[in-house]
Design a protein around this ligand. Sequence first.
Ligand SMILES: [Zn+2]
Length: 384
Amino acid sequence: MRGDSARMLRRHNESLILSALYHDGPMSRVELGPLTGLGPAAISQLVSGLRRSRLVREAGQVASSGGRPRVLLEIDPDFGYLAGVDLTGDSVAWGLFDLTMRPVDMLRRKLRSGFTDVEGLARELTSGLRELLNSADVREPDLLGMGIGLPKTVTALAEEWSPGRLKSLTGLEIPVFVGCGVTNHALAESRFGAGRGFERVIVVEIGAGADAALVVDGHVERICEWGHTTLDFGGRPCHCGSRGCVEAYVGVRGILQRYHESCGLQPPSREKESAKLSALLRSTANSGPAAALVRETVGYLGAALGNLISLFTPSKVVLTGWAGLLLGKRFMTDIRKVVAGYTSQHAYRHTSVDLGGAGPRAAMIGAAALTVEALLARGEDPRA
Ligand SMILES: [Zn+2]
């Protein structure tokens, strides 16, 4: 076999071992067999190499049915650090994690540059990252990569925000990966949160707007413009130019606008939308208009989730995003009831709807996971 193809085969096999240990470890060499399809001699040789490069370490022993105890293997969390950056409309958050996604430190700031100023934003990304590394006492060369999550409105400008351009603008010596908010949320939930272990997962992110992604066998894809599919024929005008879109009813801007209209108030400003939604949800106990508006929103959201379930037959639906979590924490039982009534019964029997489980750092975890995905796919340090 020629050198190149032998190297490629070894990388491929290392990728199988690393993926098994990352997602299902710790485990013994024997357990790696059925998961990777590799024989004992190959596993033994590949594991030795991965231990030499310090990607894999021993994690104690377990008794085996006959003879010697088996040595457990796991990914070495100290092999290197991961940075995950979540860029939203007006703020940016940096998260620092070890290789197994244990949080080390984080930093949040208001954004000074607008999204048209890619150079200015790249400088802010670098200065925040360096401040975070300093406070966590982590050296830049120990960072395996930085993943960035962009709002969906920005991902349309793909070339301006390509990983190569961002890497050169940030001046960092590490790999830079770029994803969008909802696909990063989907990575976080399907690998580390409520979608873990399910074959087909839909992750719905509700924030200012509404977005969704589908994860099939670990592969993540955004469900294009789900937020702009029609929920109400001839309904409310949407900022996209169409009418009756999902986003116009279940995105926070749509919710707050509808509430202001129902009370005869001026349109709401875009300030403090999270605090406004929390106050609205709290006031349902003693305000008729608030209760009616939230009941209607739960109806629209349940019907929109039902459409996704009928279309994609997922085994799990995860509701997340800051507004999705606020709504879901209070009204999940009501949302599930609507979903049950507005979904094809065949598809509904095989699924369940849950709240996001990756925690408040989900968007940063998803961004940081882009580096892990690259490492597991290549079977080696992404900096190599
Ligand atoms: Zn729209």
